[in-house]
Design a binder for this molecule. Structure first.
Ligand code: HEM
Length: 541
């Protein structure tokens, strides 16, 4: 018996050893086979898709995409290397098609919108945070997304957004005062304005300083848009990294924990907003809609969170680009001011909404800002087709990420001659050149997924820009010798929401009368805004 039992132990030891040995050999062989099969699929697909750099196994084009402003490289690949408006790059084994001209992207995302209105898989923003099902920006095309879009439009759609004109006008006056008093903090003044108008819409509470927790948390959170840049994060290239234990790779766990906490914070704000004195806020609307549409607290939080997240960085960057343009193109500024003066006179009142239709040149200035420096430089968020498609002989598989290189689209000299010059005349008195859409630019994206906050953004930017032009001569900052510092118009951040690197500008009131009026208006506006002044008890721990 004893001998038998020793034999069986020896046998079982041997079989464990053998199994271990077999696994040790089988697992790597399986993994290598898997990589090779995936690579074979990539190589076979790429022959039928738009051209692009040759991908490596597993990593795709990860190593050929520059870390610094990759949109410039994509434009070069499109116009010089492959001479094709559409190029394909591989995020690991997943293709992304980048459209580098307005006409091809319009053919796909506008004209074939019934196919191209879903979203591709997003590892960081979607898988790691669970937002794919709860956040409109990421939701796949379908009924839930339609519901979210309808709800967003119920608060900031073309008609409904007018409810917020008075508070926007008051906040713009406060912003003007802040620019006048502390021009070195212009970015804070604009960021506070953008955050406050979003918070008023969301929860009926204004933001008095950028140190408010909502502003302090939201400003860095908007960097999440970078997750959409192909090749920016290795995890988008190698999604299996999300399965590694946290001690080995902590980013996914930290992201998940952070977004859970932020979600709780948004919900706490929403509960407060439901009780706010100003009852036309989004929280109130969604809480009423909650049962009817079976909305989860995460969905409600992200719907309101998008008003802050969608508008904060985009509006701040666009306003800064406008200021930069005015510092560099003074003749445009003078022409816009002449138009404003012809309508509102000598500074006794600031321009208001009723004046909008009488100021076509100001409208053209704003369109040119969107064109000259489009903020979402790679189109914000890629679309994805819900079925395989063929375009001009190229195969586009279902689920492929497809987006516009807005940088390249807005600098195409066929559509915009002399594209580096800031020239509002391109948009004045009709479009100077044919363009697929009436707007004449694609700063707000395409087709059915085009920006839901467009009307809000345009309304806010109009009142901001027209009042800045009315109140100030905007000029570059001065160095120690008193000479103007020429700003670098190409010094922009390396981010999806691209904004000018810090630069100095002077805001000189255009006359004593303008100065007096702007200070009086700011004081009146501060009183009017008291209804939105209350302290939030919601805190993110
Ligand atoms: C200058 C300001 C803004 C710019 C340039 C901008 C740009 C964009 C772009 C390019 C997209 C992607 C469109 C596409 O997929 O084709 C987008 C989507 C979106 N934006 Fe904006 N945006 C701005 C302001 C806002 C504001 C103020 C909000 C607040 C409501 C907002 C909310 C959204 C939402 C919810 C989406 C997702 C739409 C969907 O997938 O159905 N945006 N935006």
């Amino acid at each position: 018996m004893a001998d038998f039992s020793r034999l069986s132990v020896a046998l079982s030891d041997a079989s464990i050893y053998n199994v271990g040995l077999s696994l040790g050999i089988a697992v790597p062989i399986f993994l290598i086979l898997r990589v090779l099969i995936d690579y074979a699929k990539v190589l076979s697909l790429r022959r039928r898709m738009p051209p692009g750099p040759f991908p490596l196994p597993l990593f795709g084009n990860y190593f050929s995409i520059p870390g610094e402003r990759p949109w410039l490289k994509f434009e070069e690949w499109s116009t010089k290397t492959y001479k094709s408006p559409l190029i394909t790059i591989w995020n690991g084994t997943a293709p992304t098609i980048l459209c580098n001209d307005a006409w091809s992207i319009s053919d796909l995302l506008d004209k074939r919108a019934s196919i191209y209105s879903s979203r591709p898989r997003c590892v960081l923003m979607g898988d790691c945070t669970g937002a794919t099902t709860t956040n409109q920006i990421l939701q796949p095309y379908g009924d839930r997304w339609r519901l979210h879009r309808r709800l967003t439009h119920a608060i900031v759609g073309p008609q409904n957004v007018r409810t917020f004109r008075p508070s926007q006008s008051d906040e713009a006056n406060i912003m003007l005062r802040d620019m006048f008093e502390t021009p070195d903090k212009m970015t804070d003044a604009i960021g506070r304005f953008a955050c406050s108008q979003a918070s008023i819409i969301g929860w009926g509470r204004r933001i008095d300083t950028v140190h408010d927790q909502l502003a302090a948390l939201s400003i860095p959170a908007t960097e999440a848009a970078n997750f959409a840049i192909p090749g920016f994060y290795i995890i988008e290239t190698l999604p299996f990294l999300t399965r590694l234990p946290a001690w080995l790779f902590k980013m996914p766990t930290e992201l998940a924990a952070g977004s859970k906490l932020f979600g709780k914070y948004l919900w706490a704000l929403t509960e407060e907003g439901g009780e706010a004195t100003f009852d036309k806020n989004f929280a109130r609307l969604l809480l009423q809609e909650r049962e009817k549409s079976d909305l989860s607290s995460n969905e409600i939080g992200s719907l309101i969170g998008n008003v802050v997240g969608g508008g904060l960085a985009t509006m701040t960057s666009t306003t800064l680009s406008f200021i930069l343009a005015m510092c560099v193109f003074p003749d445009v500024q003078k022409k816009a001011q002449a138009e404003i003066d012809s309508i509102v006179g000598d500074g006794h009142r600031p321009p208001s909404w009723e004046d909008e239709s009488s100021m076509p040149y100001v409208a053209a200035v704003i369109s040119e800002v969107f064109r000259w420096r489009p903020v979402t430089v790679l189109g914000g968020m890629a679309h994805a087709p819900i079925q395989d498609d063929v375009y001009k002989g190229y195969f586009i598989p279902k689920g492929t990420a497809i987006t516009g290189n807005s940088w390249a689209i807005h600098r195409n000299s066929r559509d915009y001659p002399d594209p580096e010059t800031f020239r509002p005349e391109r948009f004045y008195d009709g479009l100077e050149r044919p363009f697929p859409i009436k707007k004449g630019h694609y700063a707000f994206g395409w087709g059915r997924r085009a920006c839901s906050g467009q009307n809000l953004a345009e309304q806010a930017l109009w009142i901001t820009i027209v009042r800045l032009l009315w109140a100030f001569n905007i000029q570059p900052g001065l160095d120690e010798k008193g000479d103007e510092i020429k700003p670098d118009v190409f010094a922009y951040t390396n981010t999806e929401n691209s904004r000018p690197q810090p630069f100095e500008a002077r805001f000189t009131p255009r006359s004593a009368k303008h100065k007096q009026t702007l200070l009086n208006e700011a004081a009146k506006s501060r009183d009017a805004l008291h209804i939105f002044d209350w302290e939030s008890k919601a805190k993110m721990q």
